[in-house]
Design a protein around this ligand. Structure first.
Ligand code: GLP
Length: 262
């Protein structure tokens, strides 16, 4: 796993976007991007939007696949991930809404998982998956104990996740109990993965993802099995890593062709 430790959260957004842009440039304008919700990737999206506007990144034919969605929220509910992705990704990055996909948590949820897997396959798979992590190490909505080879399916949210996400709703009772999420196996199929995390609240999760055992109890640790996974984190999120000095040395000595344009 590649670990890039940035001095602050603002730099995480710039480096995260530069990493995604580097991969997108290699793939071309029809790149398929996996997108996450949550506050962690917002600065990455803002920076990607700036790159698109300045003409240095072409996403004119790009497709996007969101990781997850709540079950039971209408598509236009402001906290639904359909609406969140529209506001934070589709519009700022100028993506064609017809090519932006979010798992279906409101229609026929029984077939939604299979339909989503088929749509990803039809698009040729995800070139680069942007990820955040829950404070319990979840990625997407794959809560601790998720199968490491799971595919898109309905899950029950952990109480810690409902508590974490209650800030977006009027009360915790309004946070849905169920969700639909790409599985860990689905995420592993992405050709590249870029996880962004900031703040002390993510330090335990980051340490478990990078340096802990690969275990269903920390779903993000499955990224240790991925060939091209990068973590972009700030000093606070890196504070519980035991090998941060090594990760900094590795990043500082990257060959020119691998350097990020930040
Ligand atoms: C939600 C999303 C995850 C996201 C997580 C972290 O649970 N389903 O994909 O990574 O929130 O959110 P934040 O970045 O706001 O801490």
């Amino acid at each position: 796993m590649e670990v890039i430790i940035c001095p602050d959260a603002a730099q995480v957004g710039r480096v995260g976007a530069a990493k995604v842009a580097q991969i997108a440039a290699k793939v071309g304008p029809a790149v398929v991007i996996g997108v996450a919700t949550g506050s962690s990737p917002l600065s990455t999206y803002q920076e990607l939007a700036r790159l698109v506007k300045s003409g240095s990144l072409d996403l004119s034919q790009a497709s996007a696949f969101a990781l997850d969605e709540y079950v039971g929220l209408p598509y236009t509910h402001p906290e639904s991930y359909h609406d969140t992705i529209r506001r934070t990704v589709t519009e700022p990055l100028g993506l064609d809404p017809a090519r932006v996909h979010v798992p279906d948590g409101f229609g026929d949820t029984q077939t939604a998982g299979e339909r989503y897997e088929a749509a990803i396959k039809a698009a040729g798979g995800v070139d680069v998956q942007i990820l955040g992590s829950g404070s319990n190490g979840h990625i997407g909505f794959n809560e601790p104990s998720s199968s490491l080879s799971s595919r898109t399916r309905i899950k029950t949210l952990a109480s810690r996740t409902r508590e974490d996400n209650a800030r977006f709703f009027d009360s915790i009772d309004q946070v849905p109990v169920h969700c639909i999420t790409q599985g860990l196996g689905t995420i592993l199929d992405a050709r590249n993965a870029v996880l962004v995390a900031t703040g002390e609240g993510k330090a335990d999760a980051v340490a478990a993802i990078v340096e802990g055992p690969v275990t269903a109890m920390c779903p993000g640790s499955v990224l240790q099995l991925h060939q091209h996974a990068t973590l972009v984190i700030d000093e606070a999120a890196a504070s519980k890593l035991t090998m941060s000095g090594y990760y900094k040395t590795v990043y500082a000595s990257l060959p020119d062709w691998q350097r990020l344009d930040v």
